[in-house]
Design a protein around this ligand. Structure first.
Ligand SMILES: *[C@@H]1O[C@H](CO)[C@@H](O)[C@H](O)[C@H]1NC(C)=O
Length: 183
């Protein structure tokens, strides 16, 4: 692994929402990036063809560690015949709920509407092999109610947003700590 995971995503998302203004968005210029940002309104594009998705938060150090690798992966997307996307969990808490994202960064593989969690290090070589050697075939797909595509998950996406709001008031102390860590 390249470093650890970030804090549970919903907690983090709502912390960031609370502390939003001051945080700089460290990102590559959009015109140079081949990584496609996905939102609640167009994420269903990933139901067709082959995709890899990365869930991240702008301020999450272990997410940033894999940024350049993810970019390289996207630049080679045409050769690998894959689309490469990213989801900002701060902007898209509903999508994070739908994909059951609880740690950051979180990676998913999607092929023809079948979703799998990619648990590798997120470095280019490994991502390339994952696609070229079809390593995803040996990973159990997300099925039934756990699949992001399921109807139940539409409900879950809403539920996550709501419980996220509740957690903000319950975990004040915890996200104070996260905030200090962030500084
Ligand atoms: C999805 O929508 C966002 C926001 O409008 C846009 O920036 C992005 O390019 C879209 N992604 C795709 C794959 O069309």
């Amino acid at each position: 692994m390249t470093g650890g995971f970030c804090v549970p995503v919903l907690l983090a998302a709502w912390l960031a929402a609370a502390a939003a203004e001051g945080l700089e968005q460290a990102a590559l210029p959009a015109e140079e990036s081949r990584v496609q940002p996905m939102t609640a309104s167009n994420w269903t594009l990933v139901m067709e063809g082959e995709w890899m998705l990365k869930f991240y938060a702008p301020w999450c150090p272990s997410c940033q560690q894999t940024d350049s690798e993810w970019e390289t992966f996207a630049k080679n997307g045409e050769t690998l015949q894959i689309s490469v996307g990213k989801v900002d969990v701060i902007q898209e808490p509903g999508l994070s709920g739908r994909f059951f994202v609880t740690t950051l960064p979180a990676f998913f593989h999607a092929k023809d509407g079948i979703f799998r969690r990619y648990r590798g290090p997120g470095i280019y070589e490994d991502l390339q092999n994952y696609i070229l050697e079809k390593k995803w075939q040996s990973v159990e797909p997300l099925t039934g109610w756990k699949s992001p595509a399921s109807l139940t998950m539409s409900g879950m996406a809403g539920l996550f947003s709501i419980s996220g709001k509740i957690w903000v008031s319950t975990y004040k102390q915890l996200y104070l700590k996260i905030y200090i860590f962030k500084e």
